[in-house]
Ligand binder design. Structure first.
Ligand code: GRF
Length: 199
């Protein structure tokens, strides 16, 4: 299965999936990396791994329709079959959503629908979890639709919040678990133990 990654920042989740492809624990091929941010760690990782990468944003394409078309053409050119949003901060264009319906997945560091939606990313999520006094948080992997963090849920895993947790300690624990959980889930998608078409 050819995977296309969309990533705006560090790309550590993307790296976990690439590593799993390289060590054979995931039977898939990291085909391309798309970012809106030329300085993203994810772009540096793509260079290092020799994976074709593209920067698409409203500076490179002024109109959002052209941007959507150009991104879709690139995905098709590289025969991408599954898109993974790994810390991607932009909404997906209509044409890509239509063409890849049910084949775009996102990882989010909370138990959605809790602590999702616009503005709920990175440390904001963990801050809100701690502020609410939650005893449990977690990770959600879901299919992407036109809104932020709202599509059908594929997989979730809980993570305990301890009394002495800080935003830093919680972010670190959740991110470490994300790396394994994302790979475990993609393995199930590739083997069709999780059938995206039925969701
Ligand atoms: C992760 O917490 C992921 O759940 C969220 O963005 C973060 C990306 O981290 N969507 P990284 O860029 O993969 O290190």
């Amino acid at each position: 299965m050819n995977i296309g990654f969309f990533a705006s920042h560090n790309g550590s989740n993307m790296q976990a999936v690439i590593d799993a492809c390289k060590d054979g624990s995931l039977d898939a091929n990291p085909s391309i990396v798309i970012s809106n941010n030329g300085n993203a760690g994810a772009v540096k990782r793509a260079k290092k791994e020799n994976i074709p990468y593209y920067i698409f944003n409203t500076t490179t394409y002024f109109s959002s329709v052209d941007l959507d078309n150009a991104m879709l053409n690139t995905l098709l050119q590289h025969e991408v079959e599954l898109i993974i949003l790994a810390g991607y901060m932009k909404k997906i264009g209509e044409k890509i959503l239509r063409h890849y319906k049910g084949r775009i997945i996102n990882i989010h560091p909370s138990l959605l629908p809790k602590y999702g939606g616009k503005g709920m990313y990175g440390t904001h999520v963990h801050e809100a979890v701690l502020k609410a006094g939650e005893k449990e948080t977690g990770i959600t992997i879901h299919i992407v639709d036109e809104e932020y963090d709202t599509g059908p849920i594929i997989a979730q895993t809980p993570i305990s919040v301890t009394d002495d947790d800080t935003v830093d300690s919680l972010s670190k624990r959740v991110l470490e678990r994300e790396h394994r959980f994302l790979v475990e889930t993609i393995v199930k998608v590739v083997s069709e133990e999780i059938n995206l078409e039925k969701l």
